[in-house]
Write a protein that binds this ligand. Structure first.
Ligand code: CUA
Length: 341
């Protein structure tokens, strides 16, 4: 193999470097802009964590630069020269050893004191005015109950902007972890104890949540959404959730309601006025949710039909069985569920 001429080699290196830079900038951009970012916090809790992260990042960057500059300088200044004698051999240097022991202790204090302060601050009991939300992590979906407001929903939790919320975390089956990257967190959801996350969302928007503790085959499919409403809009949503479902008079939807009421669906799902099952998500206002099945799919008729016909295919290990609702029956059921606004 012949070596390419130097111009070509330089061009090749330049292209390679540009490629690496492009990839690095793409990473940086998605870190900043992705729906699961932690470096653009939108709550007091998120900002507190971000401040610590930034403090540690900048401190360690400064240390890195000082160490690298010192290292490069020493490599250059004390490099071996032809004919140079063996340098003076040094064993132990008390002032140096004392100073770097003190130096590192100071660095640890700079990082440790604010970190411990934030750990205690984010464990504080919520104020009496906080909105309580009972979160249940199930294999593999999230249940959200608003105890003061008397309704339950699934996979989508709605909050008013600027209002402190106290998430009380319950695990009926195994250990999960409740995490909304943009709003801060995360915290383990442990059977037989109630952990808590207290935070105040600071900007309206739709934020992604994810179970962050391996909890079985569909752990990755255990997602949720947090919808933070502008002032006033949250009360409207609460009123709609407290009201009985708005049903359609459409013949297909009515047929779906009959199928639902006469099938095993009622054993697991609650629809106010129709059924009282407690195992699966409450479906009273199913069609008001943007996503379903652990926030895995958009709430659309084709997705719902596919889900009803074969839940295990879309979410492996899903507790919901295949009830043999093929063809017209699944279409009717989907039409009924999509009418439950
Ligand atoms: Cu629940 Cu992972």
């Amino acid at each position: 193999m012949t070596t390419p001429p130097p111009v070509l080699r330089r061009a090749r290196t330049a292209v390679l470097l540009l490629g690496v830079l492009f990839l690095a900038s793409a990473c940086g951009w998605s870190l900043w802009d992705s729906p699961m970012t932690t470096v653009r916090p939108r709550s007091d809790f998120g900002r507190a964590i971000d401040e610590i992260f930034m403090l540690i990042s900048w401190t360690t960057l400064v240390i890195f630069i000082i160490v690298e500059v010192g290292l490069l300088y020493c490599c250059w200044r004390f490099r071996e020269r032809p004919g140079a004698p063996i340098p003076k051999q040094v064993h132990g240097h008390t002032p140096l050893e004392v100073s770097w022991t003190i130096g590192f202790a100071v660095i640890l204090l700079i990082i440790g004191i604010p970190t411990i302060k934030i750990i205690f601050k984010t464990q504080e009991a919520p104020a009496a005015t906080a909105l309580p939300v009972d979160v249940k992590g199930h294999q593999w979906w999230w249940e959200f109950a608003y105890p003061g407001l008397n309704f339950t929903t699934a996979n989508e939790v709605h909050l008013p902007v600027g209002q402190t919320v106290a998430f009380r975390l319950h695990a009926p089956d195994v250990i999960h972890s409740f995490w909304i990257p943009v709003l801060g967190g995360k915290r383990d959801v442990v059977p037989h104890r109630v952990n808590q996350i207290v935070l105040t969302p600071e900007a309206p928007g739709e934020y992604y949540g994810q179970c962050a503790e391996y909890c079985g085959i569909s752990h990755a499919n255990m997602r949720f959404r947090v919808i933070v409403h502008p002032k006033g809009e949250f009360e409207q949503w609460v009123k709609a959730q407290q009201a009985p479902p708005v049903e359609s008079t459409d013949a297909l939807a009515q047929q779906g309601k009959e199928i639902f009421a006469k099938s095993a669906c009622v054993g697991c799902h609650t629809i106010a006025g129709v059924s009282a099952g407690q195992i699966g998500p409450n479906l009273t206002h199913f069609a008001s949710r943007r996503t379903f099945a652990g926030s895995l799919m958009q709430t659309t008729a084709p997705n719902l039909v596919q889900w009803i016909e074969d839940p295990g295919h879309m979410k492996p290990g899903a507790l919901m069985p295949n009830l043999g609702m093929a063809g017209d029956r699944s279409k009717a059921l989907a039409a009924y569920l999509l009418s439950l606004k």
